[in-house]
Design a binder for this molecule. Structure first.
Ligand code: GLN
Length: 212
């Protein structure tokens, strides 16, 4: 362990960032600043080998417009491939990405990977509140977390296996279930890198367990 608490690796973690639309470049920059290697994923074959083995250690599904993501993903079997991928490989969904991971989507109901046991209501905060910056307590170490919300969804239900790591007025906004992490805000738009570091730590944890 180095003094910051993160494990020193010989080879950096490679993290795919779905780059079909939305806020992917900023995620890539944040990952680079933490010593990981981002790979912008535009086509299914960038994500897995022909036999289905993942080519990356983890994946970020960025914010944007989830219905637009879905339209792009309907091509080339990309949706089905991701549907399998997210069940096996650490994946972090932010905002629209969290909507894609959720088991149930409302307002309106919409197709999703149904991998993370939460219900999300799209565009759930009123016009005044949907784009806002808050500082809220979190279970992550140190100070309250800066959270940038943009036309954010609301997590209206969490399943029994889901841990809430931060909330906004009682609603979970950062949740984890095993190898899956989801935020209804945009951690890449803050200077605070703790949420991305948490995702990298979660991947390390999974790699250590599977190496044993
Ligand atoms: N409102 C978007 C949706 O429903 C999500 C917004 C975002 O990702 N910032 O998909």
């Amino acid at each position: 362990m180095d003094p910051t608490g993160s494990t020193q690796r010989e080879k950096p973690l490679t993290i795919g960032v779905l780059a079909l639309q939305g806020a992917f470049e900023v995620h890539a920059a944040m990952l680079r600043s933490l010593g990981a290697e981002p790979v912008l994923i535009r086509r299914p074959e960038q994500l897995v080998q022909p036999d289905g083995t993942p080519k990356v250690d983890g994946l970020i599904l960025p914010g944007g417009e989830s219905s637009t993501f879905l339209r792009h993903l309907e091509r080339d079997g990309f949706f089905d491939l991701l549907d399998t991928f997210v069940r096996q490989t650490p994946t972090f969904g932010t905002c629209a990405g969290a909507i894609l991971l959720a088991t149930h989507v409302t307002n309106p109901s919409q197709r999703s990977f149904a991998a993370l046991d939460i219900t999300v209501e799209r565009n759930a905060y009123g016009r005044q509140l949907d784009s806002t910056i808050l500082r809220e307590p979190t279970t992550l170490s140190a100070d309250p977390l800066e959270m940038v919300f943009i036309r954010a969804p609301r997590i209206t239900r969490t399943g029994p296996g889901v841990q809430t790591l931060a909330s906004r007025d009682g609603d979970p906004v950062l949740v984890r279930e095993g190898h899956l992490l989801a935020a209804t805000f945009h951690p890449e738009l803050s200077t605070d890198s703790r949420v991305h570091q948490l995702f990298l730590d979660l991947i390390e944890e999974k790699l250590e367990i599977s190496a044993k």
